[in-house]
Design a protein around this ligand. Sequence first.
Ligand code: CO8
Length: 261
Amino acid sequence: QDSGQHEGVIRTETRDGVGVIRLNRPKALNALNYDTMVAVVDAAEAWERDESISAIVLTGSEKAFAAGADIKEMSSKSYTEMYQSDWFAQWQRLTQVRLPIVAAVNGYALGGGCELAMMCDIIVAGEGAKFGQPEINLGVIPGMGGSQRLTRAVGKAKAMDMILTARNIGADEAERAGLVSRVVADDAVVDTALQIADTIAQKSRPAAMLAKEAVGAAFETPLAQGLTFERRVFHSLFATEDQKEGMAAFAERRDPTFKNR
Ligand code: CO8
């Protein structure tokens, strides 16, 4: 079901519990301008509030997931303008959306495009996908999390290589390095991401949201605190009907039917 076009910069639709966002600035290879940021974040937050949606797929086009932040929009801004508006800080809101988000990446995921993919929870890449942080070629550095999330994903050696030299890596190298969850044929990327999102949408919605929160805690907290958080969450899920149903279904050798999905 079509739920709208946010002034053309993205297209959204929902399919059986999955919300799909498609970046839609083909002439600019889906360069991320201010309006795109607001549209993506608004759509994702609206689905978080909508209990009929349990997972999100974010994708671009065959040629580009996104070729970075919109260089033309930024180029003439002053330091004061960038600082006062806290340029692009709103992407932070996307990382606070509690629903699992699957990125379906074909073509270029460069600069802010790579950083946007890394804000998602699972990355499915086409064989021809290219990931990179070429900001150094523009006289700047990554600004939407690349220096932090890429380093956590692939380690210092490869992050330094990519960020200091602007070298792009292909999908296979990205998978070996731990940046990408799965590599599939280019024309299977969106379907695979939709299948993954659909699989997640069949689970208990609160359990999937809390699982995402628990994995996220691994990046934010010391181990002992993360382990305590995980155990508290585990205990708390015993307050849900879905835990009773899931465990009863196992014992009765049948598929569970979760109420909250
Ligand atoms: N911004 C604006 N326009 C872009 C961008 C971009 N990032 N990328 C491509 N375009 C436009 C081109 O200008 C061109 O437009 P036009 O036809 O009007 O000239 C159109 O898209 C097609 O692009 P190309 O003709 O260049 O296509 P090619 O197939 O020849 O090349 C590339 C594809 C290799 C992807 C090439 O377009 C490219 O190098 N793009 C720029 C990649 C880049 O440098 N990305 C990093 C941008 S900076 C960034 O992301 C910082 C993020 C942090 C910001 C946070 C602030 C706090």
